[in-house]
Design a protein. Structure first.
Length: 301
């Protein structure tokens, strides 16, 4: 939020005219570990998307604050959730995907099927992976899809908010290729920001390549305050900005409830442990869009 509002270079382009899509991912290599009883009654949608990823969405999409105030911030976050296009359980397959991991290799170690984990019923239909496409119907974001996903037993541990900018309108000479511009806020395992740009390759010919401008969030030797430290200090000081208000929780549930209703029947799509998740996750994406990890793999070959 600070990066958005404190840098004038971003303010004019942080809208549907310039942004193609936003992807928010929280991927884990861990399984359910010792949380089987809780997790099988929760699943990836309730455990991660309804709260953590929805929070990241609101901070990426909110309008500028007139002044810094915890209640004003929370008002703005609720306005984002209220602007999300209503979802429907009858067409949940168009905007929601669920998956469940089966046996595979994670970091060189064998992982068992989710239904064979200790404490998990063999006939469970609980999802260990969930993905959503969300549309925000306001002037700033009309037409820009927000893709959210989170899963367990995936290939990597990472969390990020990735914003893709539209291709520039002007044509470059000689069929010069322009790589996609992405601004990536890395939240885990390290915190930082990456800007993926296009530059000319050194030499006589007019060839281009993608470059990444990276900046760490913290400096060497700088003390990092953990999230729980921040919350405890805020609670002692009576600061509510980092805590959820009831109406914010309620509106987040309104968004995901139709998918949960649809998922009461049937089984999740299976995906091998140690992969990027179910192949069906691309079903909810618009033509020409790919999940960033898949896009990066194809372009690194």
């Amino acid at each position: 939020m600070i990066f958005r509002f404190a840098n004038r270079v971003l303010a004019p382009v942080w809208n549907a005219e310039h942004i193609e899509q936003v992807q928010i991912t929280y991927a884990e290599t861990l399984g359910v570990e010792n949380r089987a009883v809780y997790y099988d009654h929760s699943g990836a949608m309730r455990d991660m998307l309804q709260n953590h990823l929805m929070q990241l969405l609101t901070l990426a999409a909110i309008e500028p604050l007139g002044r810094w105030d915890g209640e004003i911030l929370r008002d703005h976050k609720v306005e984002v959730l209220k602007s999300i296009r209503p979802t429907d359980d009858m067409n949940a397959n168009d905007w929601a995907v669920r998956g469940q991991y089966c046996a595979g290799q994670v970091n060189g170690e064998t992982a068992t099927d989710y239904c064979n984990e200790p404490g998990i019923p063999v006939d469970t239909n609980t999802e260990t992976f969930a993905a959503l496409r969300i549309e925000i119907d306001n002037w700033r974001w009309k037409g820009v899809p927000f893709y959210l996903r989170s899963g367990k037993r995936l290939a990597n541990n990472y969390a990020e908010i990735a914003v893709q900018f539209k291709a520039p309108a002007g044509a470059l000479p000689g069929g010069v290729e322009v790589d996609n511009n992405w601004l990536v806020f890395r939240l885990s395992p390290t915190m930082g920001m990456d800007m993926h740009m296009t530059a000319k390759l050194p030499g006589m010919h007019l060839n281009t390549h993608g470059i990444t401008l990276s900046a760490p969030y913290t400096q060497p030797g700088q003390y990092e305050v953990s999230a729980y430290e921040q919350l405890l200090i805020d609670a002692l000081n009576g600061e509510g900005a980092h805590f959820l208000r009831f109406d914010e929780v309620e509106w987040a549930w309104r968004i995901i409830d139709p998918a949960l209703k649809a998922w009461q029947q049937g089984m999740p799509d299976l995906y091998k442990a140690g992969t990027q998740g179910p192949d069906t996750q691309s079903r909810i994406m618009r033509s020409g869009h790919q999940w960033r990890s898949l896009f990066e793999q194809e372009n690194s070959e």
